[in-house]
Structures are given as structure tokens and as C-alpha cells.
Ligand binder design. Structure first.
Ligand SMILES: Cc1ncc(COP(=O)(O)O)c(C=O)c1O
Length: 358
């Protein structure tokens, strides 16, 4: 078989070992997964008995009508500004299919979310990046010098994953004003519900103002629905129409649509779980300060910390102790990203950390 050459640059996604496997190999009673920024409190309990009333034999609503209506109201946008995906990763795939030909390029931050890179590679596009500054934030204006006539997409993750830092809203708009209308600016707000900094502003207002700006969101994080794979984009209807051409029919399951709708209505539950995460983040700051470990103040549900030793080896040391963390980020060889779980889990993590850095 003659496969497309650009696939040489792409590797299959390798999830870490399962919790069951780790328990067996290291003879552990409990394994805590703090590697994928999931919400330990899960979704609102109101979704629990939904499965009894589902029409399993009928395809789901292709237009995601009910959720679309409620979300449009919540976000104060017209309902034709929305499109849903099987996770927001599927929307990154759709955006790449719509815009990227061989030889085109994307511009993004390094480090940032891996799907921007893999989907660009699958389209045989090139990737240009700016690196973080001393304050672990990005100077977006550095992107300007990377743009050329082949640039099709700019991805900005706000808050950034894995750094957890945010871009000032005034700087964001100043930057967008300088971007040609031919380049799509994707602002990925997967973690926006966790932001505590009051100067932060979602970029949804910019979507209404600038036709080439769009925002990605997900129900996987603060709403605790990662298992159901549902995310969405807010974008100009003309661009949504292009995405519709490449969207797989019925891509969001009936159960995902209904659960996301119930979760959206119970915002109170989501906000309470975010509050609990805040207080656990404060606990983590105190403990990391005591241990004199460098870390980046976070506006998301994870913390990057510098253990000053090989992060892949650290991953292994934590796994042996029952904690699955994430290392190996580009430019950050000695840093690990730790998702915020319950206080109990994080107390256990701190004990494991003391052993790992000994
Ligand atoms: C920045 C960012 N964008 C998008 C996603 C994908 O989320 P989803 O579960 O909606 O595919 C993630 C998941 O980790 C993420 O960190």
C-alpha cells in the first residue's frame, strides 16, 4: 500500500496505561489519573437516569436543536453561529479539512494542544510556532512575523494548555485587528470556566465583531462530560456552513446531546465543582511553596511544575506510586502537568511528590 507521505510525521495517539493495568503491575489498591485535565466531580447527578427514556434505534438529531437553542441563549449568539463536534478535537479536524492544503501553514504557541499539530500534519501543512516568554505567557505580536500568504489558521489556547496562563483581552483584540481576514483565528477556550483572573474575557464577543475569529469550547472539562465527547465552536455562519460540508452526519450521539443539555441547565453544580477545584489549587500552591518547587500560577484545572529532572522518568516514578501525571511537553523537559483532582487525591499526590524529588 502507498500511504500518504505526510502520515510519516503523525503517530497514533497513545493513551497511558489503564488504571486497572497499573494496579496489577505495581500491586496498588488505588490509581489516581491526573493526566488529562478531567473534572473529578463529574457531571450534575441530574443526568443519571436519562438512559431509560432514550430512543436507541433512531439516529440522533443532526442539528442538535435543543442544546443549540439553549446554548445560543446562554452565549447570547444566534443559533446559526454554533456547530457541535464529537469532542472539540473533532472540530479541530473539521477546521483543518476545510482550510489546509499541502504546503499551507498554521501558526500557534509552543507548547499548546497537540491536536492542532497532528491535524495540520495529516493535511500535509506546515507548522510555525512562537515560544513562551519568561512569564510563561505569549507575545502574540511575535506571530505576526511568521504569517505569510500560505498561513491559513492561527490557534491560540486561552487559557493555554499546558501552561495555564491567559492572554489579556485587550492584547487579544489588538492582535486580531492586525490579522488579515483570510486567516482564521481559532481561540480555544476549553478551560475558560476555570479562570479566576477577573481581567479575563472570553473571545465570543470578538466572534461577533470579526468574521475570521472563532471560539472552541468543550463539555469535557468543567462540565465533567469527557466520556461523552461533546464540544462546540462559535463562529461566523458562513464559516459554519463550510464546516457543515465536512461534518460527519449525526456526529454527536443522542445521549451526549441530552446530557450536555442537562449539564448546561445545572450550571450551579458546575460552578460548585469549580469552586472546590479552586480551593484545591490553593492547597497545591501552599504545598509546592513549602517544597520550593517552581510552578506556574494556573487559570485552569491543572498546574505545571518544574521538578528539575527528566519528566518522562518522573512520570514512571509517579505511576509506581499510583499517580498518572503528564510530562514530555515540548521545550519543557523537566516539567510535569498535574490535573487537579479532589483534595484527598492531591494530598496523596504531594506525599508521592516528596518521595519522587528526594
Ligand atoms: C486546549 C484543549 N482543546 C481541546 C481539547 C479537547 O477537548 P474535547 O474533549 O472536547 O475533545 C482539550 C483536551 O484536553 C484541550 O486541552
Amino acid at each position: 500500500m502507498k500511504y500518504r507521505k505526510c502520515l510519516n510525521k503523525v503517530s497514533p495517539y497513545i493513551p497511558g496505561k489503564s488504571e486497572e493495568e497499573i494496579k496489577r503491575i505495581y500491586n496498588l489498591d488505588k490509581v489516581v489519573k491526573i493526566a488529562s485535565n478531567e473534572n473529578p466531580y463529574g457531571p450534575t447527578p441530574k443526568i443519571k437516569d436519562i438512559s431509560n427514556n432514550l430512543r436507541y434505534e433512531i439516529y440522533p438529531d443532526n442539528y442538535v436543536t435543543e442544546l443549540r437553542k439553549n446554548l445560543a441563549k446562554e452565549l447570547n449568539v444566534k443559533d446559526n453561529f454554533l456547530l457541535f463536534g464529537n469532542g472539540s478535537v473533532e472540530i479541530i479536524q473539521m477546521i483543518s479539512r476545510v482550510l489546509l492544503d499541502k504546503g499551507d501553514n498554521i501558526v500557534t504557541e509552543l507548547p499548546s494542544f497537540s491536536s492542532y499539530f497532528s491535524e495540520a500534519n495529516i493535511q500535509d501543512a506546515k507548522i510555525k510556532t512562537i515560544k513562551y516568554n519568561e512569564d510563561y505567557n505569549f507575545n502574540l505580536d511575535e506571530m505576526l512575523s511568521l504569517l505569510d500568504e500560505k498561513t491559513k489558521i492561527i490557534y491560540i489556547t486561552n487559557p493555554n494548555n499546558p501552561l495555564g496562563t491567559i492572554i489579556d483581552s485587550r492584547k487579544m483584540e489588538d492582535f486580531i485587528k492586525k490579522i488579515s481576514n483570510d486567516i482564521l483565528v481559532v481561540i480555544d477556550e476549553a478551560y475558560f470556566e476555570f479562570v479566576r483572573d477577573t481581567s479575563y474575557k472570553s473571545s465570543i464577543d470578538l466572534v461577533k465583531k470579526y468574521d475570521n475569529v472563532c471560539v472552541l469550547r468543550t463539555f469535557s472539562k468543567a462540565y465533567g462530560l469527557a466520556a461523552l465527547r461533546i464540544g462546540y465552536i462559535v463562529a461566523n455562519p458562513l464559516f459554519i456552513n463550510e464546516l457543515e460540508k465536512v461534518r460527519v452526519p449525526f456526529n454527536v450521539s443522542r445521549i451526549s446531546q441530552q446530557c450536555a443539555n442537562i449539564a448546561l441547565k445545572d450550571k450551579d453544580f458546575m460552578e460548585k465543582s469549580v469552586e472546590k477545584i479552586y480551593s484545591t489549587i490553593d492547597y497545591m500552591y501552599q504545598e509546592l511553596d513549602k517544597l520550593k518547587i517552581e510552578y506556574i500560577k494556573t487559570q485552569a484545572n491543572f498546574i505545571m511544575m518544574n521538578l528539575r529532572r527528566n519528566s518522562k522518568q518522573c512520570e514512571e516514578e509517579f505511576i509506581k506510586r499510583g499517580y498518572i501525571v503528564r510530562g514530555g511537553f515540548p521545550l519543557m523537559d523537566t516539567w510535569i502537568r498535574v490535573s487537579i483532582s479532589t483534595l484527598d487525591d492531591m494530598q496523596g499526590f504531594i506525599e508521592a511528590l516528596k518521595e519522587v524529588i528526594k
